[in-house]
Every structure is written in C-alpha cells, then in structure tokens.
Design a protein around this ligand. Sequence first.
Ligand code: HEM
Length: 232
Amino acid sequence: MDYSGQFAWVIFPYMMIVLTIVGHIYRYNTDQMGWTTKSSELLEKKDLRLGSMLFHYGFLFVIGGHIIGLFIPRSMVTAAGISNELYHEIAISTGAIAGIVTLIGLWILTKRRFTNKRIIATSSFTDKLILILLLAEVLLGIYNTLFHNLIFGDYYYRETISPWFRGLFVFAPNAKLMADVPFAFKLHILLAFVIFGLWPFTRLVHVWSFPIAYMKRTRMIYRRRCGNITEK
Ligand code: HEM
C-alpha cells in the first residue's frame, strides 16, 4: 500500500484517537464548568424535545448495528446460522430505519440551531460545526447502507472494513484491506475520525457524563408545612 493509503488508514486514525484522548484530558482539566450539553431547553422546548428524542433513540440503534457489524467477525455470525445474505438483509432494513430516524432528529436539531434567533444568539462556531459534520456523517452512512447497495450491488464490508477496524484496537491495522473499499464508505469512515478528533472540543463531551447515578438516587421527599408529603 502506498503512502497515502498508510496515512489514511493507519496514521490518521491513530492521530485522531490520540487527539481525542489528550483533548478530553485537557478539556477536563481546564474547563470542567464548561463540560456540559449547554442545554438550550429554556430558550426553545418543542423542537428540542422531538429532535433530541428521535436523534438519541435512533443513534442508539445505529451504534448497536455498528458494534455487531464491525466487532463480531463474519465467521462467528455464520457459525450461529446466519448467512451472509440474511445478515445483509437484516442489516440493511434495520440499519436504514435507525439511520432515517437519526437523520430526522438531527435535521430538526440542526434547523432549530440555524433558524431560531434565541438559539443562534447562544450558539458557538463548534455547536454549529458539529451538527453539520454529524449530518454529513449520517447522510453518508444512509447512502452506503441503502443506496450504494441498490445502485452498485451488495457491498460486504465485513470482509474489508470490519477486520481493518478491529486491527486498530490491537495496533495492527491492515491498510491493504481498505484499498478497494468504495469511496463513499471511505469518506464515511474518515469523517467519523474527524468527528472523534473534534469531540473533546465540542458539546459532545456531555456523552461521557450520562447521569447514571441520578437514575439510582434515593427519592427526595418534599414536605409541605401543613403536613402533606409529595415524592419526586
Ligand atoms: C470509524 C467509525 C465508523 C465506521 C468504521 C463506520 C462504518 C459504517 C459502515 C460499514 C456502514 C454501512 C453498513 C451497511 O451497509 O449495512 C455504516 C452505516 C452508517 N453509519 Fe457508520 N461508521 C462509523 C462511524 C459512524 C458515526 C460516528 C456515525 C454517526 C454519527 C455513523 C452513522 C452511520 C449511519 C446512520 C449509517 C446507516 C445506518 C446504519 O447502518 O445504521 N457511523 N457505517
């Protein structure tokens, strides 16, 4: 594989992984008060509720699909009795639904951020940039899952992209596997690494602060002066 291939599929991914690790440590140490979603719920609620719900639920399924497709080797899935064709059909149908739900949610959130005057006034450059990048990433993903397969025939990424991707985690990524991957898939993956690199410098840091402890907290009891008790 030539130098550009080595750069794209070995050097660049590791650069972005290092950037995201160092960036998170830096942000945590220098800007803990800014480690937040910067919620804009007080400025606009209706679109936020719908867009955020569709985006987050859709995205959970998208992540689930990526974990299965990228981390579980094809041989294991076949051994479990699921043929390549059946796997592909399930991946395309469920993946497309999850992707489209994510896209609708993301579109509502992006439109809100670019058109609502109160939200515009409180948005930073990175707030807007990350939405545009996520939108492009999800559109490319849907294109690959739905349209690429329809237009050019099925592409079995579990024989190329998945083993290359797993190789990154054991410090042995094989760039040659990526040589003949269709361009739109390559773009989707490179953009994902750009997003990973920018992650710590955006409001995406809130993902690591999911309030798990809040859901397990003991109930708070509010007592009225007259003696009635309400639990929240
Ligand atoms: C390095 C990381 C990533 C890799 C290797 C990757 C790989 C892939 C592949 C191979 C597909 C096509 C699946 C198929 O044809 O069935 C796909 C689809 C998709 N990707 Fe990614 N992806 C990555 C990161 C992301 C990120 C960060 C997002 C969103 C922000 C995303 C969103 C999507 C969506 C929405 C689809 C289409 C629906 C679906 O399959 O769930 N991907 N991705």
